[in-house]
Write a protein of this length. Structure first.
Length: 247
């Protein structure tokens, strides 16, 4: 899953490197805090999408032209086994860490500190995520109009629903193949398949280029990193420091 979720690994490293005296368990736990907004908003969006009559039902995912999603949908026993194996592996990993490294759980709890202050959480986490969601909403609306698919509240919510489903499939970056197959299915009665496919690819390219540009600027101006050699050097230095400090 690293190739498809490599950005999360880089994000974890950069955040840990930029926060003095932080630890990987605490930073990773702070990322989990963001799931509250994702679950709340994603549930509402998916509920809306499934009630519109154009979003395929879970059993129909096996007929989509996306190998990763169709394979999982066509083999429910394997999917259940995979999810169970991942859950058991995670529980075993946490159990081993809790026995071998007592300080680990203390670091993890540090990442959830903001949940104790609800007002601050809704203002600095949930509120900021909602603001970012509004920008995404506006961007999808503009892109739907640009590709002649049609910008509307309904269509944008359907796109967000597709993104929520495709993000759950970690085999490709941002669930690229799954998103294209779902968008063609969802907008089959709105625009030609070729137009929807062009919109899907164009949207991912446009957002990817913008995100890459902002990320590169952040590396240069915030983290003061100007080459991959510096990133490797920082990683080695950080790793050397962690070997002499508790988790």
């Amino acid at each position: 899953m690293i190739p498809a979720r490599g950005g999360d690994v880089v994000r974890l490293f950069l955040t840990k490197s930029s926060v003095p005296d932080s630890s990987y368990p605490a930073v990773a736990a702070s990322f989990v805090v963001e799931l509250g907004f994702d679950v709340a908003m994603g549930s509402v969006i998916l509920l809306f999408a499934f009630t519109q009559g154009v979003f395929p039902k879970p059993p129909d995912f096996a007929d989509l032209n996306a190998f990763d999603l169709s394979y999982l949908a066509a083999h429910p026993r394997f999917t259940l086994f995979l999810l169970t194996a991942l859950a058991v592996g995670a529980l075993v990993g946490f159990a081993l860490l809790s026995v071998r490294v007592k300080a680990f759980w203390e670091r993890v709890r540090q990442g959830f500190t903001i949940l104790r202050d609800r007002e601050r959480y809704f203002r600095q986490v949930f509120g900021m995520q909602f603001a970012g969601w509004l920008f995404r909403f506006a961007a999808f609306w503009a892109l739907l109009e640009a590709f002649n698919v049609g910008g509307s509240v309904k269509n944008v919510l359907l796109v967000l629903g597709v993104n929520a489903v495709s993000a759950a499939v970690p085999f490709t970056p941002q669930g690229a193949g799954v998103a294209q197959a779902l968008l063609v299915k969802v907008f089959a009665g709105t625009a030609p398949g070729a137009t929807v496919a062009a919109y899907s690819v164009g949207q991912q390219i446009a957002i990817g280029v913008l995100t890459f540009g902002i990320g590169f600027a952040a590396l240069v101006f915030i983290f003061r990193v100007r080459s991959f050699k510096e990133v490797i050097a920082l990683g080695r230095a950080d790793r050397a420091g962690d070997t002499t400090a508790p988790l």
